[in-house]
Each structure stands twice: as structure tokens, then as C-alpha cells.
Design a protein around this ligand. Structure first.
Ligand code: TXA
Ligand code: MG
Length: 344
């Protein structure tokens, strides 16, 4: 691919405006959101969207989320929006919630990966909202990492993956939430969580007044998903968030895990391997979520060869973090629990 001179934009009104103009002319610019950095293009321009897929090395059947800056705009890109969808928008927008809605004709199939539905979200980040206003169009944006790598939560992560491949990047410091939005489908009879993220199932259920469902593929602990567990969000089937290091997750009672990690560390170090331990026992869930992808990238830049990670409790935001951890490790789990999970 031809090398582009990537422009570095600051968090200033003039710079955000320039970046918005690049997007409205069909270019691609990375920008911060409250979840992770996105790589944005005019979501209604198929040719511009194509550039995102090329820069990321992303499979073309993996759809992009459209980012909007005000409630009116959802009506321009989606139709048949039901009461539940409206309740969720009202409660969580702007914020880390993506709704899967029926797409209007105006949305190119390039953006939706050929689907008749479209993911829509209003980010809770002033830079992102201003950029969308200046671009005067919904911005299609996946996470701004190379396909398969950990999502970027700082401008330096985007530069690592995308310098020379994109038209610009806006540096807005570090992302507060640190993992991607929760994706919820309200098409059909059930409310289904396709990807757990910055908003927990518990918070969603409270707003709905009844229980949403997790997409079945999310409840599996193994990578070899059978046919009937094919995820509803196409992107969830690809290898994801992977550090360069090998990663192993230890699951089970605290003492047993400590012992197993100790032993494994000794064995690996004897083999001359550079080992790091990921242990979040004394950290709040929102701090773990904020730091998780950054920690993975830091281990890589320290030349770590094996990451031994202690699983965290899969409740609330913890379920979303465990989803990322399991995928980062490529489903490499040492299960020390006495009772095996029922569906395995
Ligand atoms: O927090 C986020 O959502 C970030 C920031 C930049 O907004 N974006 C993000 O985009 O994570 P991406 O492309 O990395 O992940 C989007 C996920 C993929 O798994 C994709 O398959 C799914 O959303 N998706 C998008 N549109 C869909 C649709 N119409 N139906 C089902 N899944 C969809
Ligand atoms: Mg992504």
C-alpha cells in the first residue's frame, strides 16, 4: 500500500474542524471516543469506507458502527426503531452502547458488511461529537487498530498500528472506558447482547424492566464454536485483541490460582522465557477496563513472551473484561475450578 503522510491533529477546535473536512472529502482519520480510538470515514460513502477496511486489513464481511452526534440523525440511517431501542438510547446515549437497527437504503452495504441492519452509537466524547458535526455525516468507525491487535486506548497505540496508512489522527489523550461499546440488537422479539462492553447487562435490564439475553456464542469458553453458536456480530468470530506474547488465563479459587501461576512462572523462567503476570485483584472494575488493552500493549513493548493472567469475576463490567481477556488469550484457559462449566 502507498504510504500516506499522516497528519497529527491536536485537541483544538481548528484541528478538529480540519479533520472533519478530511472525512467529508472521503478521507480517513483516527479519533478518540470514551471507549477506544476509532478510525473514521464518511459512513454514507462506500468508497471512503473501503479505505478503512484496507488500512486495518479487516475482512469485508465485518460491518462498521455508524457514529452520530444527535438523536435526530438515527432516524436518517435506521427505521422501525421500537420502544425498547428508544428506551436504551434515552438511558445510555451519549455513551458506550451500540444499537443494531434496521438500516435505511441510504446506508451503503459496504458499511453494513452486506447486512440489512446497521449498528449505531452516539459516543460520549466531545472531540468525537464535534468531529461528527464538522464532517456533517454519520462517521463509520471500527477500533483504530490493525485487525487482530489490541484495541487502541491512546494516540500512541494508533500511531503504532496506523502511521502512514491513514490521513490523520486526533490526539485526545487516553480513553476513559477502555473497552468497546456494548452491542445490543433490538431487531426481532428478544433483546440480545451481541458483544458485552462498557455498559453491563445488569444496567441494560434495569432500564428495560425485563431480562435481555446474551448471544449464545458469548457463553462459550472455547474458540471452536459449533455452527449453532456462530456469533450474531460477524466480528466476534475473528481472532481478536491479541498481544504478541502467548497468553494463558488461570481460572479458579484464589489460592489454587496463585500456586499454579507460581509454578508456571518458575518453569517458563527456567526455559529462559520472559514472563509477566496480569493480576487485577486490588483494582476496581472500571479501572481494569480502562487499563486492560494498554497493559497488553505495554507487555509487548517490554518484550514479554508469556502473559499469565488471573481471571476476574465475570459479573457486571467484569463479564465484558473477561470476554476481552479470553479472546486476547485465544481461549487458552487453565481451568482449576472443581465444577466445570455446565455447557462444556
Ligand atoms: O466502542 C466501540 O464500539 C468502538 C468505538 C470506535 O466506537 N468501535 C468498535 O468497532 O468497536 P469495531 O468495528 O471494532 O467493532 C464493531 C463490532 C464488530 O464485531 C461487528 O461485527 C459488529 O460490531 N457489528 C457492526 N454492525 C453490525 C450489525 N449490523 N449486525 C451485527 N453486528 C454488527
Ligand atoms: Mg475492533
Amino acid at each position: 500500500m502507498e504510504k500516506i503522510d499522516t497528519i497529527f491533529f491536536k485537541n483544538s477546535d481548528i484541528d478538529i474542524k480540519k479533520a472533519g473536512e478530511i472525512i467529508s472529502k472521503g478521507g480517513i482519520v483516527a479519533f478518540p471516543t470514551e471507549t477506544v480510538y476509532g478510525l473514521g470515514a464518511d459512513g454514507l460513502n462506500g468508497e471512503a469506507v473501503e479505505k478503512i477496511f484496507l488500512a486495518k486489513g479487516r475482512p469485508s464481511d465485518n460491518p462498521l458502527i455508524l457514529h452520530i452526534s444527535n438523536f435526530k440523525d438515527v432516524e436518517k440511517i435506521a427505521e422501525d426503531i421500537d420502544e425498547n431501542a428508544r428506551k436504551l438510547m434515552k438511558a445510555f446515549w451519549p455513551g458506550p452502547l451500540t444499537l443494531i437497527l434496521k438500516a435505511r437504503e441510504i446506508v451503503p452495504r459496504k458499511t453494513t458488511g452486506g447486512l440489512s441492519s446497521v449498528g449505531v452509537r452516539m459516543p460520549n466524547c466531545d472531540i468525537a461529537l464535534d468531529l461528527i458535526k464538522y464532517a456533517k455525516t454519520p462517521i463509520a468507525a471500527p477500533s483504530a487498530n490493525l485487525s487482530g491487535r489490541p484495541s487502541p486506548t491512546e494516540a500512541s497505540h494508533v500511531i503504532e498500528d496506523m502511521d502512514g496508512k491513514i490521513d490523520g489522527i486526533i490526539d485526545g489523550g487516553s480513553c476513559q472506558v477502555g473497552i468497546e461499546s456494548t452491542i445490543v440488537s433490538t431487531i426481532g422479539n428478544d433483546i440480545v447482547i451481541l458483544r458485552p462492553g462498557g455498559i453491563s447487562k445488569e444496567e441494560i435490564d434495569l432500564v428495560l424492566g425485563f431480562e435481555s439475553q446474551f448471544d449464545k456464542s458469548l457463553l462459550k469458553r472455547r474458540g471452536d464454536l459449533e455452527e449453532d453458536f456462530a456469533p450474531m456480530a460477524p466480528g466476534m468470530k475473528y481472532r481478536h485483541y491479541a498481544p504478541k506474547a502467548e497468553m494463558i488465563i488461570f481460572l479458579g479459587e484464589e489460592e489454587k490460582v496463585s500456586k499454579a501461576i507460581d509454578e508456571k512462572t518458575k518453569t517458563l523462567e527456567k526455559q529462559g522465557k520472559k514472563v509477566a503476570i496480569m493480576d487485577y485483584r486490588n483494582k476496581r472494575l472500571d479501572d481494569i477496563s480502562r487499563d486492560f488493552f494498554r497493559d497488553l500493549r505495554n507487555f509487548d513493548s517490554q518484550g514479554i513472551e508469556v502473559i499469565l493472567a488471573r481471571a476476574i469475576e465475570g459479573k457486571g463490567l467484569g463479564f465484558s473484561i473477561m470476554n476481552r481477556m479470553i479472546k486476547s488469550a485465544g481461549y487458552n484457559i487453565v481451568d482449576l475450578t472443581d465444577e466445570k462449566v455446565k455447557d462444556e
